[in-house]
Design a protein around this ligand. Structure first.
Ligand SMILES: [Zn+2]
Length: 408
């Protein structure tokens, strides 16, 4: 089996202008759009509905995967991945938590992403991004990271037998659990600057020629279309699990926002195929949770903007929420408003307290996940979520990551 772009991919579209983006026959990796001011805006994949329908019925048996991410092959942009590539990615449990439901007076449902192979939901997006880049001829991958995305990129590069992923981290991450995990999976780690934005600029300067030639793919959040497609599978799994009885609200800890946009894209694609069985009820309200120390999406939502303006981060214990800008901010804000949802900022103390609560209850969840519980408590206080409603918290990673970090 050879990696190839799925025949169901109909076209690429700029997420901002809506204009179609040339595919170039997928002979080289897809980056940001050429239509918006440099560096461009994220490009999204659109599928041919008839091909997806027919693939759902007829995908050759040899390629039918019963476990893991490629169980969703008809909805993914790349086919022909090795059987052992992502069989352990996704398929994460959704459970109703009785004690939290009783104490909060709402039905609390948890989607636990900590069971993914590198310990976080980043595995979904990077599995698809690496496979799609390789299918388009990329020889190697690179990204700036301050955490799990780098680890996942290194892990999937290793699984395809590619040269080690090139990882840029801020100086402060030397010796961190992320640094060591990237190296374990064959990554070559460089350190630059005080934050991920500075590290990313240095990476793009250093690798300007191979990036421009398409030999190396920039896996930064939303800089290529695969990560969004992988994150979309969270939404496919939610729809499959709940059927016609979707939750009233989905609370998502928001850094770069691929999951927020991805879950909504999954609902939209299923709905257009007539596969979203929701018995005429509205879709879940999507809720974005950020740390009050770094809350650009919350700020833009409150001000009624249609783009997210960068903020100066004050730093947060939840590394995944320390994202001061958002290249896909326009799409995140659209999802929050189209779904009738909202955005809420929680204090560092509330995140730490919620992490301790999860610990007392024996729940496998990291600090970003704890922010969703803190967010739910805030929404109950201000009446945005009402008693008796059903709320799904997306718990994006394992508690082992923040716990390991403290020893670094
Ligand atoms: Zn554009």
């Amino acid at each position: 089996m050879e990696l190839r772009v799925s025949p169901a991919v109909a076209r690429l579209r700029c997420s901002k202008s809506g204009l179609e983006v040339p595919t170039g026959g997928f002979t080289r990796p897809i980056g940001l759009c050429p239509c918006c001011p440099p560096p461009g805006k994220p490009v999204v994949v659109e599928y041919d509905r008839d091909t997806v329908r027919s693939e759902l019925r007829t995908l050759p048996v040899a390629e039918r995967v019963t476990r893991g991410l490629w169980r969703w092959a008809p909805f993914l942009p790349v086919q022909g991945v090795p059987a052992d590539y992502a069989a352990d990615v996704g398929g994460t449990p959704i459970v109703r938590h009785d004690r939290l439901s009783t104490s909060l007076g709402v039905e609390v449902l948890l989607k636990n992403e900590g069971t993914n192979p590198s310990g976080s939901f980043k595995d979904r997006g990077l599995a698809v991004a690496v496979a799609l880049g390789a299918a388009c001829g990329a020889a190697r991958f690179a990204l700036p990271t301050q955490g799990n995305a780098g680890v996942a990129a290194c892990l999937f590069s290793a699984r395809l037998g590619l040269p080690g992923c090139l990882v840029w981290m801020p100086d402060g991450y030397q010796g961190s659990v992320y640094h060591r995990a990237c190296e374990l999976f064959g990554g070559e780690v460089r350190f630059f600057g005080p934050n991920i934005a500075a590290a990313g600029r240095n990476m793009r300067e250093t690798l300007a020629a191979p990036l421009a030639a398409g030999e190396i793919v920039d896996l930064s959040t939303f800089f290529e279309p695969g990560r969004l497609e992988g994150k979309k599978t969270i939404g496919l799994e939610i729809a499959e699990h709940f059927g016609a009885d979707l939750p009233d609200a989905i609370v998502y800890p928001t850094g770069g926002g691929t999951g927020l946009v991805g879950i909504w894209k999954a609902f939209d694609e299923l709905d257009r195929l007539g596969l979203l069985d929701r018995a005429g009820r509205p879709l879940p309200r999507m809720v974005s949770v950020q740390s009050a120390n770094c809350a650009p999406v919350v700020e833009a939502f409150r001000r009624g903007l249609d783009e997210v303006q960068p903020v100066a981060s004050q730093g947060t214990v939840a590394d995944g929420l320390d994202v001061p800008g958002a290249i896909m901010g326009h799409a995140m804000l659209r999802v929050l408003r189209d779904s009738g949802g909202t955005a809420v900022a929680v204090s560092e103390d509330a995140i730490v307290a919620a992490f301790a609560t999860y610990g007392r209850l024996g729940i496998n969840a990291g600090l970003e996940s704890a922010a969703t519980l803190a967010g739910l408590e805030a929404l109950l206080r201000d009446g945005t979520v009402r008693r008796g409603e059903r709320v799904l918290l997306v718990n994006t990673g394992s508690q082992l990551i923040p716990l390991s970090k403290k020893q670094a």
